[in-house]
Design a protein around this ligand. Structure first.
Ligand code: NZQ
Ligand code: ZN
Length: 384
């Protein structure tokens, strides 16, 4: 196991009816901006619950944070925060709202052009405090310090992170996810699955707890994901998926182990250029990354084949191929298509995606930093 530091300061408040508990987490004298997306929290009653919980507080609202939140929209919120001297943010929504809120928190007092937080990875020196009410289990943003922001005018989607960007608290009420459309249930399960894989399917460092924890998350997602689609109001299923998604990317399973993230970085380019949902990009790219890197990842792929998919017979190569195929079939079973051609993207698009990777310095990806643009091209070709 590698050396590591681990600290996660986010308080999790989990369970049905917990939104009412947020008042205990925020001082009465704060001026609070509630940030949200396109309105799902209005139609499912979550915004009403939040406002009821914060009755008597000074509240402002900022709506319209899009999926794959845009720098252009978020800067409008930054202006509002400065104008109204807002000093606390409450993100209510999915990963995009939470990521966008992290950007707002970091940008408000940033000296210079806030896009440098992404483009130049400028250090976050201060941030507004914030909490979250999660409505879409997927990204883990509710308990991590990272965010991904898109600058539409540049077709550029980039991640950034800082220890100052952990939420102070996150409310996880599984009943808020009942209103999710099937597409977002599927996206969430696939995203959490791929987060786990990015930190698990690399090479062995004898990190037994991290491995078994990761396998537990994968097995749970495989078991519960399809049930969530069939039986959307099943509380236990929603609760298990919600906690899985948080644990998949809160630092725990990634501590002390190598990490890949090539699938995510290639996927970000596909979203930035073609507008695919984040999870759709992952479902397309991951099977090809595993295939192209199967020799480097062989030991962990064999462990994955046996412990997650129960594949024990056949030659090593056959077992690995079967495990990769099972992974693809799982995404398809979750109703997420796994080929670029399913989304109308053809051979002639690959040059553009590779050029964007180069432009964003994504030229040494993967746990061994050996996914060069040439290898990314091979991965994309295999994904057609
Ligand atoms: O905007 P509203 O109206 O709220 O609708 C949203 C949105 O259209 C809807 N939705 C959310 N909760 C709902 C709901 N609809 C009905 N009922 C509910 N309870 O779902 C749609 C998608 O929401 P979004 O927040 O975009 O989805 P997700 O949570 O999958 O977030 C994706 C973003 O997170 C980034 C992705 O790149 C992408 O930009 N990621 C962030 C990470 C992180 N911070 O650690 C890691 C991830 O790898 C990921 O990259
Ligand atoms: Zn993701």
């Amino acid at each position: 196991m590698f050396k590591f530091n681990f600290k996660n300061p986010t308080k999790i408040i989990f369970g049905e009816g917990c939104i009412k508990d947020i008042a205990a987490e925020i001082d009465k004298d704060h001026r609070i901006l509630i940030t949200y997306g396109g309105g799902s929290i209005k139609s499912n009653g979550v915004l009403d619950q939040v406002k009821a919980a914060l009755n008597g507080y000074t509240l402002f609202e900022f709506s319209g944070i899009e999926p794959n939140p845009s720098y252009e929209t978020l800067m409008k919120a930054v202006e509002l925060v400065r104008l109204e001297k807002i000093d606390y943010l409450l993100a209510v929504g999915g990963g995009s709202v939470i990521d966008g809120t992290k950007f707002i928190a970091a940008a408000v007092d940033f000296q210079g052009e806030p896009w440098d937080l992404l483009a130049k990875q400028a250090a976050v020196k201060s941030s507004l405090p914030f909490g979250t009410v999660l409505t879409l289990p997927a990204t883990g943003s509710e308990m991590n310090s990272g965010a991904v922001v898109t600058r539409r005018s540049l077709q550029t989607k980039l991640p950034f992170s800082s220890p100052l960007l952990y939420p102070q608290f996150s409310v996880l009420d599984p009943t808020t996810t009942y209103s999710l459309p099937a597409r977002q249930i599927s996206n969430g399960v696939v995203d959490a699955f791929v987060h786990t894989v990015e930190q698990y399917l690399t090479y062995p460092v004898n990190a037994k707890v991290q491995d078994r924890f990761a396998e537990g998350l994968l097995l749970t997602l495989i078991e519960e994901g399809p049930v969530a689609l069939q039986d959307p109001q099943n509380y236990d299923v929603r609760a298990n998926i919600m906690w899985c998604a948080t644990l998949a990317l809160n630092g725990l399973i990634g501590a002390g182990v190598p990490q890949d993230w090539a699938t995510h970085m290639i996927g970000h380019e596909l979203t930035a250029i073609y507008g695919l949902d984040h999870a759709q990009t992952l479902a397309v790219v991951l099977p090809s990354v595993l295939t192209v890197k199967k020799e480097q990842k062989a030991a962990k792929l064999l462990q994955y084949a046996e412990r997650v998919w129960g594949i024990v017979n056949g030659e090593d190569g056959q077992r690995i191929d079967q495990a990769i195929e099972k992974t693809r079939l799982f995404f398809e079973r979750m109703q997420v298509k796994t080929r670029l051609s399913d989304y109308g993207i053809k051979d002639d698009s690959i040059d553009k995606v590779v050029a964007q990777l180069e432009q964003h310095s994504m030229v040494r990806l993967g746990e061994k930093k050996n996914i060069t643009p040439a290898v990314s091209r091979e991965i994309l070709k295999l994904s057609l």
